[in-house]
Design a protein around this ligand. Sequence first.
Ligand code: ADE
Length: 235
Amino acid sequence: MQFDIVTIFPGMFASVLDSSILKRAAEKGKLLVKIHNLRDYAEGRHQNTDDTPYGGGAGMVMKVEPIVKCLKAVEKKKKGFKILLTPAGKTFDQAMAKKLAKKKNIILVCGHYEGFDRRVADYVDEEVSIGDYVLTGGEIPAMAIVDAVTRLLPGVLGNAESIKNESFMENLLDYPHYTRPAVFKGKKVPEVLLSGNHALIEAWRKEEALKLTKKIRPDLLKSTAKKEVRKLEGV
Ligand code: ADE
């Protein structure tokens, strides 16, 4: 999988790409990330990538020409699925991560300031937000997408970290996990986990995942088929 990232802050990516699983994925040849400095595609003495908004108002707007020029240069080498990172985009979730993991090349365009010249949208395939909050730029969202997609690529996670794809885990929060000590400041690990009875443990985990989801993210269950929820509840 190749990611091309278009940014005015190319220095932000190194530590994330050089650590942990992303680093290992790159070493294994599963991930290649190329960073493109948008400023290299901007004209004029100051190489401005932004300008004041037509119609007035606060803040600056990212110019269309440098982005289009940069995308053209990137795609001359390798075509890709182009994503514009913006809080006004479609919300990124695990289902989108799975879809993106099937692609070979993805181009991520990071925005800044008040947003993009609207015409930029005509040059990308999708506008994506990582959540309903506003960050200072699209770099952290781009890293989140690279991370979430890369861990889904075959051979990236080891056995121990492997992706849970049991159907009952879809649309549910994860079940609670525990490790040693069995008692911490009087707080005990649930007895069932020490029982060695795998069927009982699995049933307990399903129940706890469902309980947690109902309490913290009931919205997730709305998108789960009623039949599936009844099965989870053991009804
Ligand atoms: N840029 C600023 N905030 C963002 C968000 N939540 N998602 C994607 N890009 C952004």
